[in-house]
Design a protein around this ligand. Structure first.
Ligand SMILES: NC(=O)c1ccc[n+]([C@@H]2O[C@H](COP(=O)([O-])OP(=O)(O)OC[C@H]3O[C@@H](n4cnc5c(N)ncnc54)[C@H](OP(=O)(O)O)[C@@H]3O)[C@@H](O)[C@H]2O)c1
Length: 272
């Protein structure tokens, strides 16, 4: 598996997103993904499926130290003691001694960032997480976080796909040695009918989703596509036997548009 390095972490380039995967479907998809060669799983307290992700890991028989497991702390647990307690609860649900990456799911201006980051770093020093990072942070927030955090942050997980320009966040991450991890990397399935991705894919005998994921990985961006379909698990992983040309990369960069963002909430920060 291709790995992307960031501030000491080795993040497998393709991971399985698990948002909206629940119950048996979730456990079965996680198990199958690991059996097919996935080594990176992305869950969160807010997905209400940590238990099932843990079930899938155990059913797969894949050794724990071969897996890169991420979970995310929800924003109501950002007060220092609360963060530690809630990280431990995640580990109980996952039935795991540690996660590889523990993220702050969204910024929360109600709690001073330095206090939350101090608690996150403490969770790492206690061995609850191998690495720590953030999600949905803007350039300004990344800069504040990097200054305030006593431990290196390894990533900012944000929405990224061909329809959304993330060049500013990408530059801020690179400056800090962090990876930009792409969520909604296949634009929630919208890329399926994209003409440009389809045209490029026909040449390589690849699907639009595979071209899209290849475009991300060629920028050193780990991506966590989600699927509930076993056949798509292999499709989304099978992107390491071809390479896009500079011209093809550019054609895909040109697809971004101002209305490309798909995830936005009232509590979201002011995006770059
Ligand atoms: N940090 C955050 O705030 C945040 C926010 C959103 C998401 N995430 C993470 O990122 C993961 C992925 O994002 P996402 O779930 O929003 O969107 P996504 O992975 O871009 O898209 C998932 C959708 O695309 C379809 N799909 C998957 N592979 C496909 C393929 N090869 N061809 C065509 N359609 C395909 C899936 O349908 P089928 O199930 O029918 O295959 C599903 O409806 C999440 O599961 C979660 O782990 C994080």
């Amino acid at each position: 598996m291709h790995v992307i390095e960031a501030n000491g972490a080795r993040i497998p380039a393709i991971g399985l997103g698990t948002w909206e995967l629940r119950g048996r479907t979730c456990a079965r998809i996680v198990e199958q993904a690991l059996k097919l060669g996935y080594r990176h799983l992305d869950t969160a307290q807010a997905y209400d499926n940590e238990r099932e992700v843990g079930d899938g890991i155990r059913a797969s028989g894949v050794k724990r130290d071969e897996i890169f497991l991420t979970t995310k702390i929800w924003t109501n647990h950002f007060a220092p003691h609360e963060l530690e307690r809630s990280a431990k609860e995640s580990l109980v649900r996952l039935r795991q001694p540690y996660v590889d990456l523990l993220l702050l799911h969204w910024p929360n201006p109600q709690v001073p960032l330095a206090e939350t980051l101090g608690a996150l770093a403490h969770a790492k020093s206690m061995g609850l997480a191998r690495h720590i990072g953030v999600s949905n942070f803007t350039v300004a927030l990344i800069e504040q976080a990097v200054k305030a955090c006593p431990e290196p942050l390894v990533c900012d997980q944000v929405e990224y796909h061909p329809y959304l320009d993330q060049s500013k966040v990408m530059a801020a991450c690179a400056q800090a040695g962090m990876a930009l991890v792409a969520y909604s990397p296949v634009a929630k399935g919208k890329i399926k009918t994209d003409e440009t991705l389809g045209r490029i894919g026909r040449f390589y005998r690849k699907t639009p989703a595979q071209v899209c994921l290849r475009w991300l990985v060629q920028q050193n961006v780990p991506a966590v596509p989600r699927t509930s379909k076993i056949e798509r698990l292999s499709e989304n992983l099978d992107i390491f036997d071809f390479e896009l040309t500079d011209e093809e990369m550019k054609a895909i960069f040109a697809l971004h548009n101002p209305k490309g963002r798909m995830t936005d909430f009232g509590f979201a920060p002011k995006w770059d």
